[in-house]
Design a protein around this ligand. Structure first.
Ligand code: UDP
Length: 192
């Protein structure tokens, strides 16, 4: 998949359908990957915070999330083909995980949000195996330990930026496969 260097980060330059096909293949092949969906706020943080920037450089793919990023790419003379909203990417991954009966791990959101999220997702995606479900207020360390034994294929982390990328970077080397993605406020949206 083609990337364009913007703000010192390699952004995926693809149509939504090319991107979704690509991530489905990643999941199908049980590949290990760290996906970052970058909105303008995240880009600005990476420019001011060297430690966060180093974490983002470990990402396998960075997608432009929100028209602020694609608009900036046009002004800089390196126009990105499309915005690839993180919540859509995450939804495509869940659909694929359901079709392929994959093992999914969830971390983040308020305790009551996680509770209703599990119920909603179990109804919408009956063939997913949920191999870890932790809320995001004090369960991060427990989740990191559980992840090592979970053999998860898809790991969705909703702690907001920068916490979600920091958590992913801290566990990434401890597992041999899995698609990791920070999903921001997606759990709040899906649980309602
Ligand atoms: N969140 C969490 N633990 C925290 C802080 C935030 O689980 O310590 C969750 C919060 O409940 C929400 C998600 O992270 O579901 C995203 O938060 P926010 O909307 O602030 O982040 P953004 O989408 O702007 O990155």
């Amino acid at each position: 998949i083609q990337t364009i260097q913007l703000f010192g980060l390699p952004f995926v330059n693809a149509t939504p359908s090319t991107w979704y096909t690509h991530i489905k293949t990643l999941l199908h092949n049980n590949e290990k990957a760290f996906l970052v969906t970058a909105n303008p706020e995240l880009v600005l943080r990476s420019l001011r915070d060297p430690a966060y920037n180093r974490i983002l450089r470990q990402a396998t793919f960075i997608t432009p999330d929100g028209i602020g990023v694609t608009a900036a790419s046009k002004r800089m003379g390196e126009p990105l083909t499309a915005t690839l909203p993180g919540i859509e990417t995450a939804r495509e991954l869940l659909r694929t995980a359901d079709t392929l009966q994959k093992r999914v791990f969830l971390l983040g959101g308020r305790p009551e949000v996680m509770k209703s999220l599990i119920k909603q997702l179990a109804i919408r995606f009956p063939d997913i195996q949920f191999v870890g479900t932790f809320h995001g207020f004090g369960k991060e360390a427990e989740a990191a330990t559980a992840l090592k034994a979970a053999q998860a294929d898809l790991i969705l982390v909703a702690l907001g930026a920068p916490k979600q990328e920091q958590w992913i970077a801290s566990v990434y080397d401890q597992v041999d496969h899995g698609l990791f993605i920070g999903v921001g406020g997606a759990f709040d949206v899906w649980s309602g």
